[in-house]
Write a protein that binds this ligand. Structure first.
Ligand code: PGA
Length: 262
């Protein structure tokens, strides 16, 4: 089970995807840490590629910025060529792991059952999973967005205790908004976050949905972050492209922190 985690923390998570070598990642992390020196307005985590975890971890250690990985294998060790296990991520200094990102669900064929096994593995190994859910454009246009979210959330949280559910973070990331520059409106995101919370109430335990942190992800940038964080249903953001630019990332962090302070 993961380490203690405050109730619905404000969290801005930077998903670097397949960008930055070990030395380049360390340089990027140094720039970010320098900007954060004046204070940390909310929880912050960075997710470099596996090969940059050690170097970036060395930079962020002791700064309050958390380290996370972009995926794990459900087994803790064994003959799984090319895969990385949870205990390896913990040993590299990770606190978080992203699971079920749409680039893995849709690009690599990961299904709900595999996502659920990875979520359980993260908790077993002491990592806080950030479970990504979200509909494609075709699903939204067919009026199936809520149905898809219900299915994905129910599969990932099936059989989970309330305590473990509260130590899990969800990222609502509509696939049509990821890397496209098309951000969901605050109304669309809020509506979908409420679908997720209602599903948790049904699948885990009554009223548990209000206890779980839900991030929004998909083309979040320095220009649109403040308007998104105006919704109390958004507990932060999972940021892709804009997390590779330290000054812009800092403005997203400041917007999340400012909203939390209200
Ligand atoms: P984006 O990516 O911010 O570049 O749209 C978000 C994500 O994939 O987590």
């Amino acid at each position: 089970m993961s380490a203690a985690w405050p109730r619905r923390p404000r969290l801005v998570a930077g998903n670097w995807k397949m960008n930055r070598t070990a030395p380049d990642g360390a340089a990027l992390a140094r720039e970010m840490v320098t900007l954060l020196a004046g204070g940390r307005p909310c929880e912050i985590a960075v997710f470099p590629p596996f090969t940059a975890l050690e170097s970036v971890g060395g930079v962020v250690r002791g700064t309050g910025v958390h380290l996370g990985a972009q995926d794990l294998h459900p087994e803790p060790h064994g003959a799984f060529t090319g895969s990385i296990a949870g205990p390896m991520l913990v040993a590299a200094g990770c606190r978080f792991v992203i699971i079920g990102h749409s680039e893995r669900r849709h690009g690599l064929g990961e299904d709900d059952a595999l996502v659920a096994r990875k979520v359980a593995a993260a908790h077993r190994d002491g990592l806080t999973p950030i479970v990504c859910v979200g509909e494609t454009l075709a699903e939204r246009e067919a009026d199936r967005a809520a149905e898809v979210l219900v299915r994905q959330v129910a599969a990932a949280f099936d059989g989970m205790t309330p305590a473990v559910a509260c130590a899990t973070v969800i990222a609502y990331e509509p696939v049509w908004a990821i890397g496209t520059g098309k951000v969901a409106t605050v109304e669309q995101a809020t509506e979908m976050h409420r679908v997720v919370r209602a599903t948790l109430d049904r699948v885990v335990a009554p009223r548990i949905g209000a206890e779980v942190a839900i991030l929004y992800g998909g083309s979040v940038n320095a220009g649109n972050a403040a308007s998104l964080f105006a919704s109390e249903d958004l507990d932060g953001a999972l940021v892709g492209g804009a997390s590779l630019e330290p000054a812009g990332f800092w403005r997203i962090v400041a917007a999340a922190g400012g909203a939390a302070a209200r």
